[in-house]
Write a protein that binds this ligand. Structure first.
Ligand code: TYM
Length: 333
């Protein structure tokens, strides 16, 4: 039997998940499980790169598992697990950290953005070395494709570089070179209060959170920053607010931006347009929130994670053994 290609991705449980996470990543994941061998995990070790309350980390991790299931991931098709339950991630990280250059890590946009907001003397080494763990996550599973939003593609590019570097160094195909896959619409959802900034869990102004009350969601959309003028047109430069709302609408309606523009042709009131966007977001999130609540109450999360950790460990440990052997660490058979 021909081996199926592998898809792998993750979300970091650092803050409440946003509509950006949903559109850029979460809703994309389940599209892979029928045709790819799919691994979706919670990057809980990555959540420690900035200070986080342990109780929040635990409950948020559980929430994300419930979100995965509510978004359609089927544990019989997709391996769902916690990064910290599969020790091979940390072990490969401690090997690969020697092959990634400080120069490469200091050029990562996400590190630059995050570290700018911190006192230089108190930036954790983990925040700097963050991509090495992500590289380990991806390479452990011989991943073919990594579904992510725009902001993670640079990390996947670095993963390719390191895979290539290791293959050259040890003169064998030790690792596959993975490819980032972005959604065609919605790879970068912007803040509703400042459409020049990405909607992000760590910067809650202008965010729609997946757990927000539906009335709050409607209010947030109705008061989203827009632009002068009255046409519903996609124009990132001159109409960033309208473009962002149009992207949200198009993505959740499974249409292209052009089709969404056509749909709103003739609408001249931003209020009417915003109401249509709010209706769409609520149409999608209402059943999603309902499923999320049912899943949390059903008590199936522990079993999903136990099974997932076993399956993931088996595959990850095989790769880890191969790497250890290759670099000279594993001397017994
Ligand atoms: P994280 O948790 O920051 O984000 C999870 C996913 O959501 C996407 N995303 C967005 N997409 C569109 N618009 C937005 N405003 C938006 N904000 C976030 C992200 O691009 C991402 O796909 N390092 C990763 C987690 C990770 C990982 C991995 C991912 C760890 N190991 C291995 C893939 C493969 C992260 O912090 O994502």
């Amino acid at each position: 039997m021909e081996e199926r290609k592998r898809a792998l991705s993750a979300i970091k449980p650092t803050g409440n998940l946003t509509l950006g996470n949903y559109i850029g990543a979460l809703r994309e994941f389940s599209k892979f499980q029928d045709n790819y061998e799919t691994f979706i995990f919670i990057a809980d070790l990555h959540a420690l790169t900035l200070p986080i309350d342990p109780a929040f980390l635990r409950s948020n991790t559980k929430d994300i598992v419930a979100f995965y299931l509510a978004a359609g991931l089927d544990p019989n098709k997709t391996t769902i697990f916690l990064q910290s339950d599969v020790s091979a991630h940390a072990e490969l990280n401690s090997i690969l950290i020697n092959y990634v250059y400080m120069g490469e890590l200091s050029r990562m946009t996400q590190f630059k953005d995050k570290s700018q907001k911190l006192n230089k003397e108190a930036i954790g080494v983990g925040l700097f070395a963050y991509p090495v763990l992500m590289i380990s996550d991806i390479l452990l599973y011989n991943t073919d494709v990594v579904p992510v939003g725009d902001d993670q593609t640079q990390h996947v590019e670095l993963t390719r570089d390191i895979a290539h570097r290791m293959n050259e160094r040890y003169k064998k195909e030790l690792f596959k070179l993975p490819q980032a896959i972005k959604p065609s619409v919605g790879a970068r959802i912007m803040s509703l209060s400042d459409p020049s900034k990405k909607m992000s869990k760590s910067d809650p102004k202008g965010d729609i959170f997946l757990k927000d009350d539906l009335n709050v969601i409607r209010k947030k959309i109705m008061s989203a920053v827009t632009d002068t003028g009255h046409e519903i047109k996609y124009d990132q430069e001159n109409k960033p607010g309208i473009s962002n709302l149009l992207t949200i609408y198009a993505s959740l309606s499974n249409m292209s931006i052009q089709d969404a523009e056509k749909h709103f042709e003739g609408v001249t009131q931003y209020g009417e347009f915003k109401k249509a966007v709010a209706d769409k977001v609520i149409e999608v999130l209402e059943p999603f929130q309902q499923k999320y609540k049912e899943i949390l109450q059903s008590g199936i999360i522990d079993k999903v994670l136990d099974d997932g950790a076993k399956k993931a460990s088996y595959i990850a440990n095989k790769t880890l053994r191969k790497v250890k052997k290759t670099v000279g660490l594993y001397i017994h058979e």
